[in-house]
Design a protein around this ligand. Sequence first.
Ligand code: DX5
Ligand code: ZN
Length: 226
Amino acid sequence: MVSTLKLAPSILSADFTRLGEQLATCQSAGADWVHIDVMDGRFVPNITMGPLIVEAARRATSLPLDVHLMIVEPERYIEMFAKAGAHHITVHVEASPHLHRTLQAIRALGVRAGIALNPHTPVSAIEEVLPLADLVTIMTVNPGFGGQTLIASALHKFTQLRRWSDDNAHPLDLVADGGVNLQTIAAVAQAGATVLVGGNAVFAHPSGIADGIAALRAALAGQPHA
Ligand code: DX5
Ligand code: ZN
């Protein structure tokens, strides 16, 4: 599979008093997607943002909005997020007993459909529905918070999914979410991820967002699809 590595800043680590300005900086610094972490305090032990923030982000950037739903019963809210301007909606397999139907419903709204896997969930759990997916998000931390340490034992899942994608001639964006930073990004790309989410590595970079993005790009230099 020929692909280009994409960077997706996660606004979980943004300064929400300056969200519009920070999104404009992400875009001008060459970010590819904007990653938006929706948490409900039930599926994960944290509460973050909803459709209102997606709608505000939509007005602040023309980058694709990659909405990651870490919520129970995600099927109840997909239409709301689609209307708010999500380009991708990703649901967790662990929160979706009717995942086949949910992925179909996302696509029927004209939105790209994603599946997310917690660190303990094997790729085999989603094999039957991969033909209905446009992207798969591999959690490389336990979902809920930014700034955690990458769980390296999750990386083999990118290799498995890459192989499935090639064997079935079905393009998939393979998203690495959590703990991606200057020290880990090359190994994550090497494993087969095609989209690198960066929260702290972008928004908490000591010399600013643009430098954070540039540093991640520089750390990817030399990777086959960089
Ligand atoms: C974790 C979130 C991640 C998080 C990544 O639950 O899904 O998207 O923002 O943050 P960093 O890059 O700081 O690990
Ligand atoms: Zn996320």
